[in-house]
Design a protein around this ligand. Sequence first.
Ligand code: GLU
Length: 311
Amino acid sequence: MKNKIVSILMAGLLGTMLIGCGEKTPVSEVQDTTEETIVSDETSASEVTEEAAEEAAATEEVAEDVQAVIDRGVLRVGVKNAVIGFGYEDPLTGDYSGLEIEIAKALAEKLGVDIEFTAVTAATRTELLDSGDIDCVLATFTITEERKQSWDFSTPYYTDYVSVLVEDASGITGLADLADKTVGVSSGSTSAKSLVSAMIEAGVISGDGFDADSFDPATWTEGVKFQQYDDYPTISTALSAGEVDAFCVDKSILAIYKTEGRSYIDAEFAPQEYGVATRKDSGMSAVAEELVTGLMEDGTIAGLITENGLD
Ligand code: GLU
């Protein structure tokens, strides 16, 4: 336990985690003080940092939720398990890989703890976060104004677009062909609203009765209809079975379902900015934000995007 705290201090995280009286102590300040003590007292680095850690804990400067993760020794992260390049679980080895997996690992490393992945869907990720079953979500989770009312999001680490996958035999090739069709979407996703907005913008449907704030895929029937599913494999099966005419979601997610005889329609719309989601006003929000901005600034995320074939 002490070792973990020590490594956190060494990593300079304390600056982020100090929240006493709403003030943050800059990282440089913490490090400077530590160095000074080493010189004047001839105390070993580990003793000094242990002392500092105990002091921080005693004065409750570490955000409670962050401390709970440190005490547990494990960061629990909600990730996708079938989105190649983002969050993908190898069915044979059980190993996870992808951009979001690497960012999550960096977050655990920053905290000096182990990591545990929980596979989530668009329908389950917020429940699991709210209940405390997971500490954060890195699961192609689009930042929206509406969602920001309920959860904190880090600076975006990737921008995707929504598209539509169809069976070639359907003859559907563009937004206009989707008029009066039934489209499969995931519950809890931005997809249906994005598609209706794009169809309105393209002049395919009138948009009468469309209100972005109250839009509900379950009741929308003007020019296109939606069938909602709990997960993507089920939508893919429904597409093969002809239960739906098209499958709409972010292009990154569609990729694994684009098998032979299927194509994307000729339209990409509604930019989807992905961020790390954490509970609102939690200590984890600040830690996640500092991590993502750091990894953006030092080029790590750009490198991971290339490594994972996402550019
Ligand atoms: N990224 C979209 C969203 O957050 C699609 C759903 C998903 O991520 O599974 O709503």
